[in-house]
Design a protein around this ligand. Structure first.
Ligand code: GTP
Length: 413
């Protein structure tokens, strides 16, 4: 199946002569109570920010952070922050997550200043290289610490949305990505992982560079959809409390997407999302899900509620499901459904808690460490790779992230 609308909206045409078809929109001035930011970290994260900027997301500040000054210069964002100026001199991390980590640590006070006061922060990055992998977990931790230091009654929700490298990018990148995700799980409430290889299964024949753009589009559309369904009057609103209850302590999460313009389009789109290879996990009684529909103006609420009945049937009565729908003029007759499944089962995450209820998430809530990791700990975590010697030490089989990945059905190398 091909995601015609999503590809079209991304300006991707499989004849590969496509160019961006979306015009920039002026960002609306939304002054609601809930403050939302999207922070893109590293080259890939920055590209997603530019895409969001071009799409125009109403109700969120778009922030780019990078160790690479040149790349940062070209990003379109409301705020930009060069990480670790004194360490990398704006020249990037050289593919070393330890440098990314230290660069973010060196910029901790500037990061704290930028992230202050938000209620919901999306962090987005490509895992597998230096900056996104190393710096994003530090930024997540600083967000939590800043809120705590400022005595906020409720800490901000941190949702990380990251890509996992293509197999063809090689084992070194994959090990780096795993280490980054392991660290991110410590400090984020939910880590939504998009496997690049699954994108290729979704839309075969995508060359790698185009697949990156497709990933950017999926992340940008997902974030835009969620933000605007919270911030703007929508067909069916999702409020912050809904997002909070699904995403707080959600752990590793996966996303499935589906599109349809058939006679039974809403049901078909959601079925496709649920059956999506990107969301290839067993559904059980303890799952939580966020379902988001983007629809054209002629789609009725009845169509969507019928589709939601299917979701409830599939995910079971005990699942906690929140959903929303918003109209986008240029969707035409197409309905797009995105299902984000949090609380994906992992024995390691569950620990000793009964695996039958939503309760486990509260114990897996990431309590940010108040202390920085020691230099040697950072080395230990990211030591699987040393770009200077290209030495690779595979992560231990029983590491938390390896267990999670087995549960999620990620490929083994
Ligand atoms: N979605 C998306 N992913 C990308 C893009 N470019 C690279 N990637 C993926 O993201 C991973 C990290 O790449 P980058 O974001 O370029 O690296 P970085 O975090 O800036 O790190 P350094 O360049 O080493 O400082 C790669 O291994 C790819 O899997 C892109 O434009 N979009």
């Amino acid at each position: 199946m091909v995601f015609d609308k999503l590809l079209e909206q991304a300006g991707i045409n499989l004849d590969l002569d496509g160019k961006d078809m979306m015009d920039s929109e002026m960002l609306g001035d939304v002054s609601d109570l809930i403050k939302i930011a999207v922070i893109g970290v590293g080259g890939s994260g920055n590209n997603t920010i530019t895409r969001l900027y071009d799409l125009g997301v109403q109700g969120a500040d778009l922030i780019a952070m990078n160790t690479d000054a040149q790349h940062l210069h070209y990003v379109k964002a409301h705020k930009k922050l060069l990480l670790g100026r004194s360490i990398t001199h704006g020249k990037g991390s050289g593919g070393d997550p330890r440098v990314g980590y230290r660069a973010a640590e060196a910029s901790a006070s500037e990061i704290a200043e930028v992230v202050k006061g938000y209620d919901l922060i999306f962090l987005t990055a490509g895992m597998g290289n230096g900056t996104g992998t190393g710096a994003t977990p530090v930024i997540a931790r600083i967000i939590k610490e800043t809120a705590r230091n400022n005595g906020l009654p409720q800490e901000p929700l941190v949702i990380s949305v990251v890509t996992f490298p293509f197999k063809m990018e090689g084992r070194v990148r994959i090990e780096k990505a795993k280490a980054g995700i392991e660290m991110l799980l410590e400090y984020s409430d939910t880590v939504i992982i998009i496997q690049n290889d699954k994108l290729k299964e979704l839309v075969p024949k995508l060359p790698i560079q185009i697949a990156f753009r497709f990933a950017d589009e999926i992340i940008a559309r997902m974030v835009k959809g969620i933000v605007e369904t919270i911030k703007l009057p929508s067909m069916v609103n999702i409020d912050y409390a809904d997002i909070y209850s699904v995403m707080k302590g959600g752990g590793p999460a996966l996303i499935g997407i589906g599109e349809s313009d058939s006679n039974n389009r809403a049901v078909d789109a959601v079925m496709e999302a649920l059956n999506n290879k990107m969301l290839d996990v067993e559904f059980g009684s303890g799952d939580k899900a966020l379902v988001h529909f983007t629809v054209g103006p002629d789609v009725s609420l009845e169509e969507i509620t019928k589709a939601m009945e299917i979701v409830y049937e599939r995910l079971g009565e005990k699942s906690e499901i929140k959903w929303g729908a918003m109209i986008e003029e240029d969707m035409g007759k197409t309905v797009r459904a995105m299902v984000i499944m949090t609380g994906v089962k992992s024995p390691q995450i569950l620990g000793n808690i009964e695996p039958n209820a939503l309760t486990y998430s509260s114990s897996s809530i990431v309590v940010p460490r108040s202390k920085r990791l020691t230099e040697s700990k950072v080395d230990e975590i990211f030591d699987s790779i040393d770009p200077r010697t290209s030495k690779l030490k595979k992560m231990k089989d029983n590491s938390r992230v390896n267990k999670i990945f087995r549960d999620l059905g990620f490929y083994e190398l």
